[in-house]
Structure formats: structure tokens, C-alpha cells
Write a protein of this length. Structure first.
Length: 178
């Protein structure tokens, strides 16, 4: 319950979130947090570990209708990844201010690389014949483009819209007529 309340606050406010805000969001007394976690740093680490668990994203990807048109599937993936990566940026900010203690156990799902790419490729696989590249390669490009779109320093004053991302991903930058 504490972590469920803390995660969106860390994602939104980074390290500036207070334990009072977390307690209020969880509907508990602030002292209850310190009965569970020794300090804010430990709470932050636990929130980051829970947030980075790929299972909720895998479940959401699995819920995308395989029979939906390719554009609808790409839109669903873009929306899901933007939300995820936007939250990751906040969580990384929180983690940078509160680094994990040395010797802390890192869960296996955090150590494994590439699982998310497989989940995303599975979403695109039914439309493989419509793609110019293999679903795995498309997945790498989609992840890179969506992740980059969530880094404010790269976008300047213009925040790329989901429509612009979907259009770019589906059509690329080359004109079809030349």
C-alpha cells in the first residue's frame, strides 16, 4: 500500500516528494512508513524496484487485441511506453537523489535484458508481412523513438504528440512518392 502510493509520487516529483505526501496518499500516519522502511532512501529503492518490474507492462501488452489494425496496435504500444518511460524518468531522478545502498539485492527481472523487446515484438508479429523490417527490429526502433520523446532536453519546447509518433513509426520520414 505504501509503495503503491509512493510510486506515482516519485514518478511525478522525483526526490522532492515528502514522506508526509506519501503517507497522505496511502491514507496512513507518516510514522507508519518508518515502521516498514528504515528511511526515505530505503523506501525510494523499494519503489524503484517495484516500478521497474516488467510484469504490469507485459500484461498490458498482452491485452492489446491481436486482430486490431496495425495502426491501433502501434498507438497502444506508443501510449503504454510513453507512460512507462515518463514514469521511469521520474523514478530515475528519485533514484539518483537516493542511490541504492551497496550490497542491496537486485531482483532477477531487473538484471535480465531484452524481455520487454520480446513482449513488444509479439504484439507486432501478426502484422509482420506489413512491416518493412522484422518485428524485433521495429521494436528496437519504437522503443528508442518513444524513450527519446520523453527526454525534455531532446524535444525542446515542442512535446511530440502520440499522433506524430505513430505517424512517424508507421511511415518513417521518407516520402512515399519519391
Amino acid at each position: 500500500m505504501i509503495l503503491d502510493a509512493a510510486i506515482p509520487l516519485f514518478a511525478e516529483h522525483g526526490p522532492d516528494v515528502t514522506t508526509r505526501q506519501i503517507a497522505d496518499a496511502a491514507g496512513i500516519a507518516e510514522g507508519t512508513i518508518f515502521r516498514v522502511f528504515s528511511d526515505k532512501q530505503e523506501l525510494c529503492h523499494a519503489a524503484v524496484v517495484k516500478y521497474m518490474d516488467p510484469e504490469p507492462v507485459r500484461v498490458a501488452l498482452g491485452a492489446i487485441d491481436a486482430a486490431a489494425p496495425l495502426e491501433a496496435k502501434v498507438r497502444s504500444v506508443v501510449e503504454l511506453l510513453r507512460k512507462r518511460f515518463g514514469g521511469v524518468m521520474g523514478m530515475l531522478s528519485a533514484m539518483g537523489a537516493h542511490p541504492a545502498p551497496h550490497g542491496r539485492h537486485v531482483p532477477e527481472h531487473v538484471r535480465k535484458k531484452g524481455r520487454m523487446a520480446g513482449y513488444l515484438a509479439a504484439v507486432l508479429e501478426p502484422d509482420a508481412e506489413r512491416l518493412r523490417i522484422e518485428p524485433e527490429a521495429a521494436t528496437r526502433i519504437i522503443r528508442l523513438v518513444v524513450f527519446a520523446s520523453e527526454i525534455p532536453e531532446l524535444g525542446g519546447s515542442h512535446r511530440v504528440t502520440d499522433d506524430e509518433l505513430v505517424d512517424f513509426i508507421l511511415g518513417g520520414i521518407a516520402r512515399k512518392d519519391g
